[in-house]
Design a protein around this ligand. Sequence first.
Ligand code: PLP
Length: 399
Amino acid sequence: MPLIAKRLQAVRPSQTKAMTAAAAALKEKGVDVIALSQGEPDFDTPEAVQNAGIAAIRNGRTRYTPVAGVKPLLEAIRDKLKRDNSLEYGIDQITVGCGAKQVVFNGLFASLDRGDEVIIPAPCWVSYPDMVRLAGGEPVLVACHERFGFKLKPEDLEAAITPRTKWLMLNSPNNPTGAVYSKAELAALAAVLRRHEKVHVLADDIYEKLVYGKRFATMAEAAPDLLDRTLTVNGVSKSSAMTGWRLGYGAGPKELIKAMNTIQGQTSSHTSSISQYAAIEAIGGNQDYIGDFVSDFEKRRDLVVEKINESQGLKCRSPDGAFYVFVNCAGVLGKVTPQGKAIETDMDFALYLLEQFGVAVVPGSGFMASPYIRISYAASVEELQHACGRILAACEALS
Ligand code: PLP
């Protein structure tokens, strides 16, 4: 009898983590690698937040907490959702987990029965389809074309809904495309959902604060009548440079939150007490630093977009949010490397960049869209300049 459960057979390891690990392994061997594969801000956690974490340790906030999170944190999240998103949630409608990732997983695990379908607009975050499979559901990928800004069209949503559809997963700003849905675009999708009462919406708003010149909107704000069938997910990883603290949250119908807490109570119990106290400061305290993050990211985005569009064979749009550029690499397919290897897929191109030019990016196949590569611009301007120089040289070397 095999040791590993059958349910793992359909689940793949994250390609983002795989490329980052491959880059780290080369670095360890002394190879000069620039990693543009990871999804985390390169800034330090703001000082006031660090201090709140340190104070939590010193004040003995180091014990088990309630499963859903400590009350002052739930209150800070409730107030944030009201202040920033005009959403009215009670604290019994909020749960805190080990990152938005665990909250998304708990939401799916709490609600999916075998064969239930989850509509995922693609390109999508690497983890969504695998989380759905792990929870026993069926991911239904709906292609969102580059010419429509990589956004889901209402008619494509309508066509994808079946009697088994349980969720629509929306992620705006989007990983990997940086696409941001306007309030009107969300309202158009909501009009479809109104015709299908059984379909719920998981709004993954983790990149909410990282938008460039656009106004952020979330589904329950654009369509308040859908509030009781929406799970709004967010966290502090990207907005407050706190990826390692592992703190995300979800707000939704009481019944769902209760079920998610049951799962969490029997698995991780809760995220770190120290992270919870630090997050009170991150969510409720002064957030002026976010303006600096945004203006830094915007400059880096412009640099990468300009350089990539100067290359032979690559092109990209200028994304409105997050910190990724999703680059169309159709123009390099069919070419041959100086080593005599044919570039047939975006994975071939990503491996060529890594192995021959020391730049780690993630192939679009990981995000269910090819042929693309995702470049994370959460790196210093100097690193980005070097990396873009190498990518341009890599394209030029192809024949
Ligand atoms: N959702 C999306 C779309 C992401 O890109 C990520 C991280 O890359 C997460 C959720 C996970 O965030 P957290 O660090 O809070 O688990």
